[in-house]
Design a protein around this ligand. Structure first.
Ligand code: HEM
Length: 460
């Protein structure tokens, strides 16, 4: 390895407490501040090998080109207290084997069979919504995406558990919100009875009870033969040597897919609805596209190709509010990234939130403008200027599932209702493993006239 004398910039000593406060309290603002003030590659003044990376080419080196010399960081490892050794946190040969076994569940042919499940779930939910109601759309979207993942994954109806599960996940995310960032490195091992450990264990047990209950009910009610939901695929999946997953692995993967598969998509939908409500002209254009392409009928997979603006709304919402807003990696060996050299153990923090709002790549970056995706922006951008699903070998396995789900659910919701901001509509962010609205998002629903041009004038 060549000698590379250059080290990333460090904030001056006089800023030590500003940086430290940013990292200890509101992490979203902390990372934005560090990037704005000190640049694309920053080292802290703390006695840690901790670096903040916001250079797309360097991120590509970490996530793709040199992915084999990195593992996930400590915070991700804390997640294993809930998801066991599921795909999100697994490493090495065991991760490679599990990824190979799970991949077929996300192949195109398989995804086709989920479209009806997705549309059915939002249609059932929307049937219970009343015009004039002010609703917490975050709660609604969590319930819809939970039902989708449960039906696709377990072939089961969990409407009765949706509220309960939503509360468990909110508690869990609040707990992770408290111990994220620098606090994560000072977490004692799981067996030490700290308040955080006790709360995490209690939430993990509750998640287990719901999920194992569903798996058990499903096993008792029918055999797996002939079923083609994800759970059956997990149970039947065979590696090249003919081996199948153990019961513990099936549980870990099921919990992982259950959590990773609905919380993030619910957030993408919540932020899409919030942004459409606060930008009525964009909502009008979306309603117009849906009317033109679908003429009032239910959307299906084949329509997605024509729903270009719907796609742009979801992309733009995930640009401004990436549900997976931060990821991190730890070097397993000495490694060179860009012009720098780092020791084994160095940790790299990468935030789509920061990259997605970088004026170097996006004009007017703070503005919600779905039309920016109309042209060839996606092709012009550096590979890691926009990456809501991560990238490289550990790219989100559910990315196509999620995009299909977000567009179908959004299309049906906007076909049925107009969403409006009210004085109660505030968005306070809770940066946890995902980026959540701290108190939900409350929007008023009004019935939509079949002719969108007639109703989509913004209310005075
Ligand atoms: C809008 C929705 C979603 C977003 C923004 C999202 C984002 C991400 C990101 C950024 C990663 C990579 C994390 C890293 O590199 O550290 C990831 C991994 C993962 N996601 Fe998603 N995800 C979404 C939906 C889904 C869905 C629907 C599923 C499953 C049904 C899913 C399952 C997973 C799994 C299992 C991994 C770990 C993959 C691996 O390490 O091999 N995600 N997701």
């Amino acid at each position: 390895m060549s000698q590379r004398p250059r080290r990333p910039a460090r904030p001056p000593w006089r800023d030590f407490w500003r940086v430290r406060r940013g990292l200890g309290s509101n992490l979203v603002e902390g990372l934005t501040f560090i990037h704005r003030e000190y640049g694309d590659f920053v080292r802290t003044r703390l006695p840690l090998q901790l670096y903040f990376v916001a250079d797309p080419a360097c991120i590509e080196e970490i996530l793709v080109k040199k992915a084999e010399v990195f593992r996930k960081d400590r915070t991700s490892r804390l997640l294993s207290r809930v998801v066991g050794n599921g795909l999100l946190v697994n490493e090495g040969d065991s991760w490679r084997r599990q990824r190979r076994l799970l991949q077929p569940a996300f192949h195109h042919r398989q995804l086709q069979s989920y479209a009806a499940v997705m549309v059915g779930a939002i249609e059932r939910a929307a049937a219970a919504w009343q015009p004039g109601q002010v609703r917490n759309v975050h709660e609604d979207m969590m319930a819809v995406t939970l039902n989708i993942v449960a039906e696709a994954l377990f072939g089961s109806d969990v409407s009765a558990d949706a509220g309960h599960m939503g509360r468990i996940i909110s508690d869990l995310m609040e707990e992770f919100g408290r111990i994220l960032g620098l606090a994560a490195r000072f977490q004692p091992p799981a067996w030490v009875p700290t308040t955080a450990n006790r709360r995490l264990r209690a939430s993990a047990r509750k998640v287990d009870r719901v999920i194992l209950g569903i798996i058990e009910a499903r096993r008792q009610s029918q055999s797996d033969a002939g079923q083609d939901d994800l759970l059956s695929l997990l149970i039947r999946a065979r590696d090249e040597d003919g081996s199948t997953m153990t019961a513990a692995q099936v549980r870990d993967e099921a919990v992982t897919l259950f959590l990773a598969g609905h919380e993030t998509t619910a957030l993408a939908l919540t932020y899409s609805l919030y942004l459409l409500a606060t930008h009525p002209e964009c909502q009008a254009r979306l309603a117009d596209e849906l009317h033109r392409v679908l003429g009032g009928r239910t959307p299906g997979l084949a329509d997605l190709e024509s729903l270009k603006y719907t796609d742009a709304v979801v992309l733009e919402a995930m640009r401004l509010y990436p549900p997976a807003w931060v990821m991190a990696r730890q070097a397993l060996t000495e490694v060179e990234i860009g012009p720098y050299r780092f020791p084994k153990g160095a940790e790299f923090v990468i935030s789509p939130w920061v990259l997605h709002r970088d004026p170097k790549n996006f004009d007017d970056p703070e503005a919600f403008k779905p039309e920016r995706w109309d042209g060839d922006l996606a092709h012009r951008l550096p590979r890691f200027a926009y990456f809501p699903f991560g990238g490289g070998p550990r790219v989100c396995i559910g990315n196509r599932f999620a995009m299909m789900e977000a567009k179908l659910v959004l299309a049906v919701a906007i076909q049925r209702f107009r969403f409006e901001a009210t004085p109660e509509t505030v968005l306070a962010l809770l940066p946890s493993v995902t980026l959540r609205p701290r108190q939900g998002v409350r929007l008023r629903l009004t019935a939509r006239d079949p002719d969108p041009a007639a109703t989509d004038r913004p209310h005075p």
